[in-house]
Write a protein that binds this ligand. Structure first.
Ligand code: GLN
Length: 290
C-alpha cells in the first residue's frame, strides 16, 4: 500500500495488486491478475471488458484505497467469494458469507446427476442435507419447478444465507419455493417421505494438510471436517436414510477423491443398489450414490 501516487490509473493499480496477490498467495501472475480484476470490478462497478479497455482511467483516492484494501486482504488469503460476497454456481449467482462454505464447481456434478434422476413431469420430493448457501437445493429446484425441494442445515448462519439466496434467485428470474429448515441431518424428516437425498457433508479428516492451505483456512471447520477419517457424517446419514426414503429412492453424496470406496461400502451395507461413482471436472471420483 501507499506506493501509488496521486491520480494513479487503473492499469497501474491492477498490476501492482496482481503482484501483491501473487506474492502473498504464491500463485501465478495470470491468476492473480484475474482476481485483481474481479476485486477492482467489484469496487468500481466496471465489468472485465471495461477494466481492460479503460486501463488509463484515473481513479479517485477513495476508490484506490478501497481496491487496495481488498488486494491486501486477498494477498493475506481471504477468499475472493467472501470479499465480493458472491460466487457463480450452476446457472445462478449465490451470495456467500464467512461462516458458510463457498460453492465449488465440482459440486455441479452432484446437481447434474440429481437432475438425471428427476424426470420432468412427476412431482418428486428432494432433500438437500447440509445445504450451506443453498446452492445445490436451489439449483435443483430452479431446474425442476414441479419437484418439492427441502433443504436442511444445522447452522443458523447457513439457513439464513440459503433463505437470502432463495430471494436472490428470484431476482435472477428463478422463483423457487424451496423449504429451508434448521436441523440435524434427517432427524426431523418423516419416514418414507423423500425420493432423492443429495448431500455435500463435511468429509475432511481433521489432520488433513489441505485444511492448512489456501482459501479453505477461512471457511467454517464445521462444514469441512468430520470424525472417523471424514466418514462420520456419511455413516449418520446412511443409517437414517433407509427409513426416510420412499421405495426406489436415491441417495447421492459428494465426497473426497479417496473416499469413493468407503462411501460405496456404507451404501452397500445399508442395502442400497446400483451404486455408482462419478468424476469431477478434474477427473477425480467425487460423487457416489445408489
Ligand atoms: N471439496 C471441499 C474442499 O476440498 C470440501 C467440501 C466438504 O467438506 N464438503 O475444500
Amino acid at each position: 500500500m501507499g506506493e501509488g501516487g496521486a491520480g494513479e490509473a487503473l492499469d497501474t493499480l491492477l498490476r501492482r495488486g496482481a503482484e501483491r496477490i501473487a506474492a502473498g498467495r504464491g500463485c501465478d501472475r495470470g491468476e492473480a491478475l484475474f482476481e485483481a480484476r474481479l476485486l477492482a470490478g467489484f469496487v468500481t462497478g466496471l465489468d472485465t471488458t471495461a477494466l481492460m479497455l479503460q486501463g488509463d482511467r484515473p481513479l479517485d483516492a477513495d476508490t484506490r484505497e478501497a481496491v487496495d484494501r481488498l488486494f491486501d486482504r486477498r494477498a493475506a488469503g481471504e477468499p475472493v467469494a467472501y470479499l465480493v460476497g458472491e460466487r457463480g454456481f450452476w446457472r445462478y449467482r449465490f451470495q456467500t458469507a464467512p461462516g458458510v462454505l463457498i460453492p465449488r464447481p465440482d459440486t455441479e456434478v452432484l446437481v447434474e446427476w440429481a437432475l438425471e434422476r428427476l424426470p420432468e413431469r412427476t412431482a418428486p420430493c428432494v432433500l438437500d442435507l447440509g445445504t450451506g448457501t443453498g446452492a445445490i437445493g436451489l439449483s435443483i429446484a430452479a431446474e425442476r419447478p414441479a419437484a418439492c425441494v427441502h433443504a436442511v442445515d444445522r447452522s443458523e448462519t447457513a439457513t439464513r444465507l440459503a433463505a437470502r439466496n432463495r430471494a436472490f434467485l428470484a431476482e435472477q428470474g428463478a422463483s423457487v419455493g424451496m423449504g429451508i429448515w434448521q436441523g440435524d441431518w434427517l432427524s426431523a424428516v418423516a419416514p418414507e417421505s423423500v425420493d432423492l437425498i443429495v448431500s455435500n457433508p463435511p468429509y475432511i479428516d481433521a489432520d488433513d494438510p489441505h485444511l492448512r492451505l489456501g482459501d479453505v483456512r477461512h471457511e467454517p471447520v464445521e462444514a469441512l471436517v468430520a470424525a472417523d477419517a471424514g466418514l462420520a457424517d456419511y455413516r449418520r446419514i446412511v443409517e437414517q436414510a433407509s427409513s426416510v426414503l420412499r421405495p426406489g429412492g436415491w441417495l447421492l453424496f459428494e465426497h473426497g477423491f479417496e473416499q469413493a470406496d468407503a462411501v460405496a461400502a456404507l451404501l452397500d451395507q445399508a442395502g442400497f443398489e446400483a451404486i455408482e461413482t462419478r468424476r469431477d471436472l478434474g477427473k477425480q471420483p467425487r460423487v457416489t450414490g445408489g
